[in-house]
Design a binder for this molecule. Structure first.
Ligand code: SF4
Length: 393
């Protein structure tokens, strides 16, 4: 599960991914760029223990910490006007080492908690403008029964919700889970728009089994999109990103956000500078390498929500802790209206027009070879399982 009971975000890799890693090792060698594209995402690294004073266990706080109809709301978050978040479970097929929620407490909701959340979305005055729910976690596609409960509760109690988004890496971590039982849940609300954010980071993850799973999801009526982090040594180069976005386009997956990797505890080795990401996006946008309809927005996940980087977004740099002050379009009064329990983070300044500006921890661009310890990257278990039958390039 994404999250921890003990402070240790354990290594969890599906047999499917282990088979792919074994095949990549045999085909290209351990520590090859191809093997590393997966290993850096999933293999627990000793560098995670190197925690800088600026890094935190949680990146941003957006829980709706209220009671509704006498019961506490759990698994509900909100930062934006039209969208609410519901997290039925923190369980995942595999643990992505860079996960935003790796240090969150582990939790799976009970049926009555999911129903209470749906009633809140449909009935609370502060949800009057909400028309979209993002079901995330954890990975909601790991829990089809909870997903069905959530779908039915939304249908019954929240008619204002017209779009249901689901964040999932299952198609690329354990694609056989995209089976008839799961597809029947996804097809159970034909009058709603169903969107699935798949989070693929590297072109090599387009395994044949994953492509087949994507086709099944699309045949069930889901719209697919991709949002993913920029990860040092995985996809922080133009050729890899251009190949990834060409494949997304080929397989009908919309490009959404390319995130700068967030400043979570023990994440320094995954993070580039913000500037490097901006330069890559500029080159992607002007490369002519792939369809102009397949380009992402470059976004920073800050303490107050996503901020897409445009010219003029960065207002200042603080050298003492390598932080950037970012201009946002979020007004404090709106945020308090949407989520009355929300507390203003210490990183926020409010400008004279009521817009929030927020300090964001930048990353660094030293190469993997300069970080050292690369040779110590090993699976917690040496058993990589049988070679996979095939790999996609
Ligand atoms: S599947 Fe999603 S929630 Fe789970 S560990 Fe990976 S990024 Fe985090």
């Amino acid at each position: 599960m994404a999250g921890t009971k003990t402070g240790d975000f354990i290594e969890l890799i599906t047999p499917f991914l282990r088979g792919k890693m074994r095949a990549l090792e045999l085909a290209h060698g351990m520590n090859s760029a191809e093997w590393r594209a997966i290993a850096l995402q999933y293999v627990k690294n000793p560098l995670e223990a190197a925690i800088s004073p600026q890094e935190r266990r949680r990146h941003y706080e957006s829980e709706v910490g209220l009671q509704f109809q006498g019961k506490p709301l759990v698994g509900v978050e909100r930062l934006y006007r039209r969208t609410v978040l519901l997290e039925p479970t923190t369980v995942c097929a595999a643990h992505c080492r860079w996960c935003l929620r790796g240090q969150y407490p582990v939790k799976t909701l009970r049926e009555e908690e999911i129903v209470n959340a749906a009633r809140y979305f449909g009935e609370a005055a502060e949800c009057a403008e909400v028309d979209e729910v993002l079901i995330t976690g954890g990975d909601p596609l790991m829990a089809p029964k909870l997903l069905r409960i959530g779908f039915q509760a939304l249908k019954e109690h929240a008619p204002n919700i017209r779009t249901i988004r689901i964040g999932s890496r299952v198609p690329f971590q354990d694609p056989d889970r995209i089976n008839d039982a799961l597809l029947s849940v996804l097809g159970s609300l034909p009058d709603h728009r169903i969107e699935i954010g798949v989070n693929v980071n590297h072109p090599i993850e387009f395994w044949p089994e994953s492509i087949a799973a994507i086709r099944r999801l699309k045949a069930a009526g889901a719209t697919l999109y991709n949002q993913h982090p920029l990860l040092k040594g995985v996809n922080d180069d133009l050729a890899t990103l251009a190949a990834l976005y060409a494949l997304l386009r080929e397989h009908g997956i919309e490009a959404h956000y390319l995130f700068h990797a967030i400043p979570m505890q023990g994440m320094r080795h995954h993070r580039t500078s913000v500037k490097k990401g901006a330069e890559l996006l500029m080159r992607l946008s002007a490369s002519g390498e792939f369809s102009g309809r397949a380009k992402p927005h470059y976004a920073l996940m800050t303490d107050i929500g996503k901020i897409v980087l445009y010219e003029g977004t960065i207002l200042a740099r603080r050298a003492s802790d390598n932080a950037l002050l970012l201009r946002s379009g979020y007004r404090l009064e709106d945020r308090k209206r949407w989520n009355p329990s929300w507390r203003v983070p210490a990183s926020v300044d409010v400008d004279e027009d009521g817009f929030m500006c927020v300090w964001y921890q930048d990353g660094e661009d030293e190469a993997w070879s300069e970080l050292g310890l690369w040779g110590n990257l090993r699976l917690a278990s040496n058993d990589l399982g049988p070679p996979a039958s095939s790999i996609a390039g």
